[in-house]
Design a protein around this ligand. Sequence first.
Ligand code: UD1
Length: 375
Amino acid sequence: MHNNTNSKFKSKMLVHLIAAARPNFMKIAPLYHALKQETWSDPIIVHTGQHYDLNMSDTFFRDLNLPEPQIHLGIGSGTHAEQTGRVMIAYEKVLKDNHPDLVIVVGDVNSTMACTLAGVKLCIKVAHLEAGLRSFDRTMPEEINRIVTDALADILWTPSPDADKNLLKEGILNEKIHRVGNIMIDSLEMMRKSIESFAVYKDLGLDSANYGLVTLHRPSNVDNGSILENICEKLLRISEKLPLLFPVHPRTLKSLQEHGFIKTLDKAKGIHITEPLSYIPFMNLVFNCRLAITDSGGLQEETTYLGIPCLTMRPNTERPVTVFQGTNQLCTVESLEGKVEKILMKKSRKFRGIEFWDGKTASRVVTSIKGFLFS
Ligand code: UD1
């Protein structure tokens, strides 16, 4: 852990950006770069270490042109309470030494909630980017993290109108809510040139628009052996019609190994298993896939923005705009194969546009911070 900033001597506003797990890195990157351009701000990346494998963390920093995190809490894995507690204890110490003017948390991982709790208890201002999303499913750990974070944060930056409504319904004051749009689209646009300069699918022996991209890691899909077996069987059948590329998340790999399914997938002709990929090669595979099968939050948004069909293996989504205005469909293990077939028979729907999903979210956030800190 490192600390070199004492508030008595600082001339700039100290802004902590909390990064913890894979989906956080592309949310802080555009904001870090935008804040770095401002003469009044000193953005500091705090990595809690919730994700620590090279290909779940470090490669994202490289791909998104981020510097090494200035502060690393090195928390690692654990139960939810252990992870949350360890982040709170470690980050409270950092906050007491650093006195940031603002803590920015993103998304819905355990560290998002833990850093919010540590900050507000020391009366330090906390802002939540990607606020207001609700699946209304409290069996999801992320939903608990979202509810707690939004109840406590001082500024709530939302991506879409449904998020504003959710917050208002929960009694949150209108003046705390600022719709800024989807920061993930900023990362995608910021990196578009690099993403398009590759043809990663070719290296894997696949043709553009002729493979499905699979990502699965939600506990509800991958932790239970019989559910996972059922999903693997369906993927094997689908792979006879459409080759599937499956970069496997560590949680999923562990479960596939424990239940003895990894060898079957590995041997299947139509299924290409890889390690988790870093941002640029992964997005290159998203840009060129025929469809995505996923339970990730971010991929629902990226495919909608790109007009690529997405089948979300969940009973609900906290991102309903991707269903009503985008290319996303919810599906079950039973309905998956039929939905894939239907997609293969027709042309993709085009993205009709969602307000503020335009690559300019970071600049709206900077304007909001200025209004908040200098008014
Ligand atoms: C976490 C987030 C989830 C997010 C996901 C993206 C919470 C509650 N969950 O889920 O919201 O969508 O990240 O990936 O915060 N592991 C490794 N290497 C790593 C990281 C994890 O091997 O770099 C292993 C851990 O040991 C653990 C498993 O993967 O067994 C799960 O990690 P964990 O951080 O608990 O949750 P995720 O499933 O990754």
